[in-house]
Write a protein that binds this ligand. Structure first.
Ligand code: KPL
Length: 301
């Protein structure tokens, strides 16, 4: 398959690097990362099996691309721009592997190709341009964005499995996306605000805060007709925090790098949907306000 990974930061570089062992992969990345890959290839470190060096193509220009599959891994606030660029090319299928809600709808509105939804709990860090480290083996779940099954989802799932990525093809992606949102709503802002690793949310005092954010998210999911109990959401959040205990969440990485976070598409989305359904979500509201205040203080919004 000809595969483009659009937004090759940490997760995109890990996924793209592994897929490059069996497929013709192009990474759309920032200038320094793209030129390091063009010069010396991409080095895969940490919890990955197989040869450590791969040679995908790398570019900074996301326009006019041709691909059988585009894996979109940009931050949620860049999805509309990514979709605009992708619309100038020729693409057979798209998979969103992003945090937060609303990404698939943005892509599907602007592109003619079928859009699959996906979630990922792999831990990855871009150590330096041209070097990505897998800091924790997680799972990728993907499937049609409205639920159900499709031959395309099966084909993409097989390619991911063959690349050594733990992958499940699911027929209930709307529910899976809410479950992942509940995981991220609990882990990401709490670890970002306290400069801790994911495992911190398993112990007091952070656990009460993370659990409250996750429970509120499950309640909003149910108000949106998605069957997600508090118990299921909490079990998912705790399982991810345990499996990735030593990892730094993407939002904590953003804060360290003084970059804009995905708060709007995670806790901000929960607050928005709660308001539409007449629900109070005080913990998500507080976490959203704190992260937005931090972003404003650094001129990031
Ligand atoms: O998705 C993640 C993130 O960091 O954004 C988790 C699952 C919390 C893994 O770190």
């Amino acid at each position: 398959m000809e595969i483009v990974v659009f937004g090759a930061g940490s997760l995109g570089s890990l996924v793209g690097g592994l897929l490059a062992r069996n497929h013709d992969v192009t990474l759309v990345a920032r200038e320094a990362h793209a030129s390091a890959i063009r010069e010396s290839g991409l080095r895969l470190e940490g919890a990955v099996d197989g040869p450590p060096c791969v040679s995908p193509a790398a570019t900074t220009d996301g326009t006019g691309l041709e691909a059988d599959l585009v894996v979109v891994t940009v931050k949620s606030f860049d999805t509309a721009v990514a979709a605009d660029r992708l619309a100038t090319g020729s693409i057979e299928a798209v998979l969103s592997l992003q945090n937060g809600m609303g990404n698939e709808t943005t892509l599907a509105t602007q592109l003619e190709a079928p859009v699959l939804a996906g979630t990922a709990t792999y831990g990855a860090i871009l150590q330096e341009p041209g070097v990505v480290e897998c800091t924790g083996r997680g799972e990728i779940v993907l499937g049609p964005r409205d639920g159900g099954s499709s031959a395309l989802a099966e084909q993409v799932g097989e390619a991911f499995l063959a690349a050594g990525l733990e992958t499940t093809v699911a027929d209930d992606m709307p529910r899976r996306l809410w479950e992942k949102l509940a995981v991220n709503a609990g882990i990401n802002p709490v670890t970002a605000l306290t400069a801790t690793e994911n495992g911190a949310v398993l112990a007091e005092p952070a656990t009460a805060l993370a659990r409250a954010a996750t429970r509120e998210t499950a309640r909003v999911a149910r108000a949106c007709d998605v069957s997600l109990s508090n118990r299921e959401a909490l079990a998912a959040m705790e399982a991810v925090a345990e499996a990735t205990a030593a990892n730094t969440s993407s939002m904590a990485q953003d804060v360290v790098a003084e970059q804009r976070t995905e708060i709007d598409a995670i806790n901000g989305y929960v607050v928005e949907r709660a308001a539409k359904n007449g629900l109070e979500v005080p913990t998500n509201r507080t976490l959203t306000a704190l992260i937005r205040t931090w972003e404003r203080g650094r001129g990031l919004r």
